[in-house]
Ligand binder design. Sequence first.
Ligand code: ZN
Length: 201
Amino acid sequence: MPRHAGRTTPGRSRTNRIWNRSLQLGEAIDTKKNWTRRRELIGPLLGATTTCDLVAANRAVTMDVGAPSLGLVRPTVTRVELLPGKDWSRTQLTKVERAAQGDLFTPPLNQLKPVPHRIRYHYHCESPSCDNGHKQEVLDWEVGSSGHAWQKIYGDLTGQKVLEKWESMVADTKDTYFFIGNQHQYRQSFSVLGVWWPKKT
Ligand SMILES: [Zn+2]
């Protein structure tokens, strides 16, 4: 486990500041045997909360008080939406340009391109009072990298292929959960950070 500097962000007890130089690459935990090893690691978290409960917990407290910012929720998906990518904002562009320039110690890099497509899930969580459901964008980097990489293979059909991939993760044959998390500034607003999608057994 990486060490951290021992400070947390106010109101976010689960957000630690990473001490980059202490990070060490460990073993990759694969998805063989229907995600058995991953299930051993996070099994108890599967479905331990709901999106409605997480939103309510964050709504109930002021910014200086801690509230859960992450969860692994079971969705019933009603729609998978393909959205166009967005250009960088002025602030993002400045950061991207600065990162690409390099400095005395690092060579220049190819400038990061904005993602060409975005995915948004519409779903109900397991809360009995989840009447209106939730609409959340997928922030997984793989959405963007697929959109770029598949362009060479699929051309104009790339968006459709990205949509099909994220639809396949919530197919009836999959035991799907969403890793969801919020942002410090908008604590009631959660996004999908990743998808857990082994086969149903
Ligand atoms: Zn809900």
